[in-house]
Design a protein around this ligand. Structure first.
Ligand code: SF4
Ligand code: SF4
Ligand code: SF4
Length: 294
């Protein structure tokens, strides 16, 4: 922990970054995000198995944009990022929301994080995103801390549920998701937690024309959740933050992860994995598969 705090404080002291986005411990098994702007703030930084949030979301949301602008120029930010969070940062760079040179990535070797605050880390309590994680070492970073650790091997419940849904008839699938989406209260916590939902004006906030009914009604709920899944297709990095933020426990990862699988199978593409690869939705190749549209 000391090396992380020292590194962050030095970045600030040298004026290399405007702030360090990281985690601070708030109780024995709970952390929360902190935007460290002083050496004292840096002394609170931690990284451990209770660091659930994907902090990449703070790189684009308006309040941090303000932090980055001083006298009209954009200042560099540092961010502490799990290897999976790095995918979110890379996806933002791929989508031209951020420049690589404008972010210092402080990463860690990671064996997984707990699925909920207050739990001890074990195979049974590992977050579902960690169950199917393929990158326990960051693929891009400016510095890496921590020893490599063994990851508990556990069964992938989300994949099993996706496979079960695939075996349903179209009518059964519709009823399944309608029942889930009927629970939606249109709080938009899923959107707020998602690093790739950075639109200045979301489709659901548009009123002329209104594309998505605003009340928490079956029709609008269905269109909101399906539209959002489509908007994240080929872009979602599978961080699971939308599902974790949802107060109604709607299994959003069933949709989002299915879309990740489809993009990978049809186009060999997974978002946030390579700075050299153009985005799936922003590139066109005549050899692209038409399978999804048949
Ligand atoms: S849609 Fe959900 S899982 Fe995908 S990037 Fe956004 S928050 Fe993460
Ligand atoms: S749901 Fe679509 S329009 Fe709304 S913020 Fe997300 S990507 Fe943008
Ligand atoms: S977080 Fe859940 S309840 Fe809130 S808008 Fe998203 S899906 Fe609906």
């Amino acid at each position: 922990m000391d090396e992380l705090r020292k590194y962050a404080a030095e970045l600030l002291a040298k004026g290399e970054v405007a702030a360090v986005i990281g985690y601070q411990q708030v109780s024995e098994k709970r952390t929360k995000p902190i935007i460290a702007k002083t050496a004292e703030d840096c002394s609170k930084l931690v990284f451990n198995e209770y660091c659930l949030n994907n902090l990449a979301v703070y790189l684009t949301k308006a309040r941090v944009k303000e932090l980055r602008r001083v006298n009209g120029s954009v200042l560099k930010l540092a961010i502490t990022a799990k290897p999976c969070d790095v995918h979110g940062i890379i996806a933002l760079i791929q989508e031209s929301q951020l420049k690589r040179e404008d972010v210092t990535i402080i990463s860690f070797n990671c064996a997984g994080v707990v699925k909920d605050f207050g739990l001890d880390f074990s195979g049974d309590t590992m977050a579902s995103k960690c169950v199917h994680c393929e990158t326990h070492k960051p693929i891009y970073s400016d510095v890496i801390f921590g020893e490599e650790k063994a990851t508990p091997q556990v069964s992938d419940d989300v994949l099993a549920k996706i496979e079960a849904i695939e075996k349903m008839s179209a009518a059964e699938r519709f009823e399944y998701f309608k029942a889930e989406f009927d629970k939606c209260i249109k709080c938009y916590a899923c959107r707020a937690a998602c690093p790739l939902c950075y639109c200045q004006r979301c489709i659901t906030d548009k009123t002329i024309p209104r594309w998505v009914e605003s009340s928490a009604h079956s029709r609008g709920n269905f269109s909101w959740n399906v539209v959002r899944a489509f908007h994240l297709s080929g872009r979602c990095i599978g961080c699971g933050e939308c599902e974790r933020a949802c107060p109604m426990d709607i299994p959003l990862s069933l949709l989002n992860r299915k879309m990740v699988i489809e993009a990978k199978e049809a186009y060999s593409y997974v978002s946030g994995r390579s700075l050299e690869t153009p985005t799936l939705v922003g590139s066109f190749d005549v050899k692209d598969s038409d399978e999804l549209f048949m």
